[in-house]
Write a protein that binds this ligand. Structure first.
Ligand code: HEM
Ligand code: SF4
Ligand code: SF4
Length: 431
């Protein structure tokens, strides 16, 4: 007999209908959540995304290729997640397990739809079925192992990691999805009693079925049906919660990686046209950042890597690049709420949200930008805000003196302009 299994085996038609109804509700909540975040990004200045998709196919491909390549390498192959010890191993493991389960569920649904059109179109059988069941069963373990590591890490509460109320919901629901998934499989094996090679292609499920041995076929059927619903509810909860939890990084992250400027840490000059057009230098309001910059705030999963790399933070200066990103994100949300309430006064950006001493603590070394897994340009935010302070005369101390001397003498030390480069002589290698 060709090895295969029914997609909704043991699930009555009424439950199948309810399943699809709830799936639509979950996807509706997901879409609404994404739309709310998208509205926040639209507070920023336009980035002309349409230009990317105008022209013939060759032109479009030329324009989108660099971004697409970055997404494939940085996010798809998890290139920028590397270099963080066990954190990296756990994330790559969880990510791989998740992607395999996602692809598997999509293929299962495709098979279900096709087999309703014609039984000849059913492809979930034979060798394909055996490879499919084996792969999902074994790689699903990676998903569980990665999740268990992240739970263990959260219990230890590392200082660099952000902590939010929903973090435990995310991790525990992943754990419950993994465990109930295997239990549903084991109970299906118990009532279905597969034979031949089809009985051996789910080693984890088979082992769990051995542990649960003692259930009669009728009991296994009832438990399977009940747990199938628990598992489905957990998955719907996960889908609906993505835009409202830290999980949103796997949508905003690749989007930001696609749109980010290719050479991170590069400082873009301020042009006279820009100043004339906007009548300001640098942002004085969160809405003066670009839409891509606002989107990047949502990509931050508070991993703390930038904070760990920051020399200013390490020397107890009042600066954490992670905090800057999170404070700007909070301001974006507060500004949107004020605008929606019809208020003309929006929460202040300078001092109230980001203090001048935070901005002047930055050495502009780019270490934070280099380690950020989702290509957030923390330095770009800081330099933009600093430019505004300088233009508004909000500069004090040695930096202000140096700039004044540059203006009057052409030398930051107040000496004649011709002596400005004298200090480099000591650096000239002797032949
Ligand atoms: C798309 C590319 C993705 C990137 C660049 C990315 C990046 C990251 C990074 C850097 C961390 C912090 C890990 C650490 O500090 O060691 C993290 C955490 C996490 N990611 Fe992703 N991720 C991606 C996709 C995904 C996907 C598809 C999932 C699964 C649904 C996922 C689930 C998680 C979870 C559960 C955490 C742990 C959160 C916690 O500590 O509570 N990520 N991600
Ligand atoms: S660029 Fe500034 S914020 Fe980033 S790591 Fe260097 S000092 Fe810290
Ligand atoms: S800005 Fe980047 S490196 Fe820093 S905490 Fe957020 S995601 Fe991590």
């Amino acid at each position: 007999m060709t090895p295969t299994r029914e997609t909704f085996g043991n699930i009555p038609f009424s439950s199948q209908l309810a399943f699809y109804g709830l799936a639509l509700v979950a996807m509706g909540i997901f879409a609404w959540g994404v739309w709310r975040r998208w509205k926040l990004w639209r507070l920023g200045t336009p980035i002309h995304v349409r230009e990317l998709i105008t022209g013939n196919l060759a032109e479009i491909w030329r324009k989108v290729r660099p971004g697409a390549q970055r997404v494939v390498v940085d996010a798809g192959a998890q290139q920028r997640v590397r270099g963080h010890g066990f954190g990296t191993v756990a994330h790559v493991s969880l990510y791989l397990g998740f992607m395999v389960l996602l692809a598997g569920t999509t293929l299962l649904e495709a098979d279900n739809i096709l087999s309703h059109i014609s039984s000849a179109l059913k492809f979930h059988r034979g060798t394909y079925y055996i490879v499919y069941e084996y792969t999902l069963d074994v790689l699903g373990l990676l998903f569980l192992l990665g999740t268990i590591f992240f739970c263990w890490r959260r219990l230890r509460k590392p200082a660099a990691l952000g902590h939010r109320a929903t973090d435990w919901y995310v991790l525990l629901s992943f754990l419950a999805i993994g465990v109930t998934g295997y239990l549903v499989e084991a109970l299906r094996i118990l009532w279905q009693q597969p034979t031949g090679i089809g009985a051996h292609c789910s080693p984890v499920g088979l082992w769990l079925a051995g542990v649960l041995d003692g259930f009669s076929v009728a009991e296994a059927r009832s438990a399977h049906f009940a747990l199938w619903w628990v598992h489905s509810f957990l998955v719907f909860g996960f889908i609906a919660s993505i835009p409202f939890t830290r999980l949103f990084h796997f949508i905003a992250g690749p989007l930001n990686i696609f749109l980010a400027q290719p050479s991170l840490g590069r400082l873009t000059p301020v042009t006279m046209e820009e100043v004339e057009q906007t009548e300001r230098v640098g942002p004085s309001d969160i809405r003066h950042f670009s839409r891509q910059q606002l989107l990047s705030l949502d990509a931050c999963m508070e991993c703390g890597r930038c904070e760990e790399a920051c020399p200013a933070f390490a020397t107890a200066k009042p600066l954490s690049p992670k905090r800057v990103v999170q404070d700007l994100k909070g301001l974006m949300e507060a500004t949107a709420a004020a605008v929606a309430a019809g208020k003309t006064e929006v929460p202040a950006l300078h001092e109230a949200t980001i203090a001048a001493e935070t901005l002047w603590s930055c050495t502009a070394c780019s270490a934070c930008v280099n380690v950020c897994p989702v290509r957030i340009d923390q330095l770009g935010f800081i330099i933009g805000l600093r430019r505004h302070l300088v233009a508004e005369g909000g500069l004090s101390g040695t930096a202000a003196t140096a700039l004044r001397r540059m203006q009057s003498n052409g030398n930051p030390w107040g000496l004649p302009a011709a002596e400005r480069t004298n200090w480099t002589e000591a650096l000239t290698p002797k032949s």
